[in-house]
Design a protein. Structure first.
Length: 659
């Protein structure tokens, strides 16, 4: 079998020293399968060697190894960056064969663990499992296995804050990368937008790797760099060619002084033509990330924010690429698509309007969430029940940043437990509340663009979180395009003829956030009352439906029909009686049913009948609060808040008891 222990007959150990030969045959071949060797890896005169191991079934199960692992011999007493270069050569030579996350180094350095830490400063570097030559002089059946456990089970692979620059920890998003790449090859312009931490820049780095693999030139500009956005439009055109190109070389062609306001467009075109010529006349991709920092009305620099620099800059680029169709295209990315949505900028035609094919960063699908969490989790000693993958995807709307941090929280919670460990549905639910209580900073960061640039859409989002469906739908019906950004950002989605949160945990955050704020205006009070009452009415309907059916079974419809117009309800099923789209079962009717059937409800409610019905009656009496109604007194509002609290507690307790 492929995963038997030992050395494959085709493997040649020529070129390895006696000491290295002994390490391979006496230690590694007794634990794993040796499948390949190479003894002449040259890095600036330093010689390295490697062999590949095929994990046994036990190792596959413990560490989720699905490919071979590279083991590098470094026969030097000092460890330096040349070792990393040797590793890069091995990774590139066997990219489709070896594991991309884990690698082993055996060195003559007497302190290999600390020495390797000193030269590795990139969090995306492979997990390097270090050994010394000397320690293999002593037999230990568990040395290799325990070292893997130490390094794989201790590192949190979910805890990434920065964009992912390599494929090593990049999951999903293959379709959107392919779309951007194919659009570039067709000389079309692209836009990529999404809320913060949705993976826009990681997608750009993945696109860059595709460009590099096919030797296409590109220039990547980070527009939030003050060195860029503080420049005037003509200086910014020159600055583009001072940035590092796709081969890591500065592409300076013409002196900055030539890029005057009159001549900047001319020399921009000549520079771009020169870059294309240097790369066999291939098209060039210009990438502008964090585009809002050079957008009119958004940039922190005055000349972009209020002046005409935005128009002049993009007029120059557009004119160049229109007159030289094969020269290339551009990709703009950011959180805010205003720059391509406005027809005019300072009463001048927007040069970007209607020429950019744009899309929002899509959420992870279930299979992508499962692939990321399962792959990284098992490498860390965490296995997940299938139900947890669904919960993660649903609760966080396929938002990879939130999913990663929830998984990081799980890892931290069980860091001291024996591994491998299976994360169950109960483990997840127990940890979720703690995570949400400490995740305000994540949601604040993600929602920042809505609060600052689309404040009305943000208010709509709050209405939806408060279950003020009626007001939300009224706005949507009057202005159908108003929620375009909420749908584009994948914050909400449409399902079963209504809008719902795509990120369920965001709803919980918004509810906590808005409840902690004082009700300052009449509109605040209106939103609060409508939201609370809608939540209670929906849950009260389900409560009554469940209790009556449990008590009366097939006779349930007759019990409910006593309180309604029998003619209008005769054709409806019991379930349809409680469907607000098919039957008007008003709040006061629900109160009457509870009062008349109290014996069936009393075991599910901790309050006395008089107290519970008082609070229900209070909610029903003060429900009509709108812009034309009389102001509610402070006394009545406080009483109403108490009634909301008491009734919600009873309904929430019941819902929890039946889950």
């Amino acid at each position: 079998m492929a995963n038997d222990k030992g050395i494959k007959p085709s493997v040649n150990l020529y070129g390895f020293t006696d000491e290295e030969h002994n390490i391979i045959t006496s230690a590694w071949a007794n634990e794993l399968s040796i499948t390949y060797t190479k003894s002449d890896i040259d890095v600036k005169g330093s010689k390295y060697k490697c062999f590949l191991i095929n994990p046994t079934e036990h190792y596959r199960d413990m560490f989720n190894f699905n490919k071979e692992i590279a083991v590098v011999f470094s026969p030097y007493k000092q460890t330096d960056s040349r070792l990393l270069e040797a590793i890069a050569i091995i990774n590139k030579s066997h990219s489709n064969r070896i594991d991309k996350i884990c690698l082993v180094v055996i060195t003559k350095d007497m302190n290999p663990e600390e020495s390797i830490k000193d030269i590795v400063d990139d969090v995306e570097t492979q997990i390097i499992v270090p050994f010394s030559y000397q320690e293999f002089q002593f037999h230990d059946d568990f040395r290799i296995r325990n070292r893997f456990i130490k390094y794989l089970y201790s590192r949190d692979l979910f805890a990434f804050e920065s964009p992912l620059k390599t494929e090593r920890f990049f999951f999903g998003r293959k379709e959107i990368v392919a779309t951007l790449f194919n659009r570039f090859k067709s000389k079309e312009h692209s836009g990529l937008f999404g809320l913060r931490k949705t993976g826009k820049t990681s997608i750009i780095y993945s696109l860059r790797r595709h460009l590099e693999n096919d030797s296409y030139p590109y220039i990547h500009i980070d527009c939030q760099d003050p060195g860029f956005h503080q420049r005037r439009w003509n200086e910014a055109l020159s600055y583009i060619f001072r940035k590092q190109g796709s081969e890591g070389k500065y592409e300076t062609i013409y002196d900055d002084s030539l890029f005057s306001e009159k001549d900047a467009s001319f020399y921009f075109e000549k520079s771009l033509v020169e870059i294309s010529k240097k790369h066999q006349n291939k098209p060039v991709l210009l990438i502008f990330d964090e585009i809002e920092h050079m957008s009119n009305g958004l940039s922190p620099s005055y000349h972009w924010n209020e002046g005409n620099d935005f128009v002049l800059f993009w007029q120059s680029i557009r004119a160049t690429l229109q007159s030289n169709h094969n020269l290339g295209s551009f990709l703009i990315a950011g959180t805010n698509p205003t720059c391509i949505e406005s027809t005019k900028v300072n009463n001048i035609d927007n040069p970007l309007y209607n020429i950019v094919h744009h899309e929002y960063v899509a959420s992870f699908q279930h299979n992508e969430t499962r692939d990321m969490v399962r792959t990284l989790g098992r490498r860390m000693g965490l296995k997940f029940e299938e139900s947890v993958f669904h919960l993660l995807n649903d609760d966080y709307g396929g938002h990879p940043f939130l999913i990663r941090h929830m998984c990081s929280h799980l890892f931290s919670s069980f860091k001291n437990d024996t591994k491998p460990l299976t994360i169950t549905k109960d483990h997840y639910k127990d940890s979720k509340e703690t995570f949400l209580n400490n995740s305000n900073k994540y949601f604040q960061l993600i929602l920042e663009v809505l609060k600052t640039s689309y404040d009305f859409e943000y208010e709509l989002l709050v209405l939806l979180a408060e279950d003020d469906i009626e007001t939300f739908n009224d706005f949507c019906n009057q202005q159908p395009d108003i929620i375009g950004h909420l749908l584009g950002y994948n914050v909400i989605k449409r399902g079963n003829n209504k809008y719902v949160f795509n990120i369920e945990s965001m709803k919980e955050y918004l509810l906590k956030d808005t409840q902690s704020q004082p009700l300052k205006s009449d509109m605040d009070i209106k939103h609060y009352i409508l939201g609370e009452r809608t939540y209670i009415e929906e849950n009260l309907r389900q409560f009554v439906k469940s209790i009556i059916y449990t008590a009366y079974g097939s006779e349930s419809k007759n019990i409910i029909s006593k309180h309604m117009d029998k003619k209008s309800t005769s054709s409806l099923s019991y379930r349809e009686l409680f469907d607000p789209n098919k039957n008007k079962i008003y709040f006061n009717i629900l109160i009457k049913i509870i009062c008349s059937e109290w014996d069936k409800f009393k075991n599910h409610i901790s309050l006395e009948k008089s107290d519970f019905t008082f609070h229900l009656g209070n909610i029903n009496k003060l429900r009509k609060v709108d812009a034309h109604a009389s102001k509610i007194s402070k006394t009545d509002l406080e009483q109403l808040k108490l009634s909301f609290k008491k009734v919600k507690e009873e309904l929430d307790n019941y819902n929890s008891s039946i889950k």
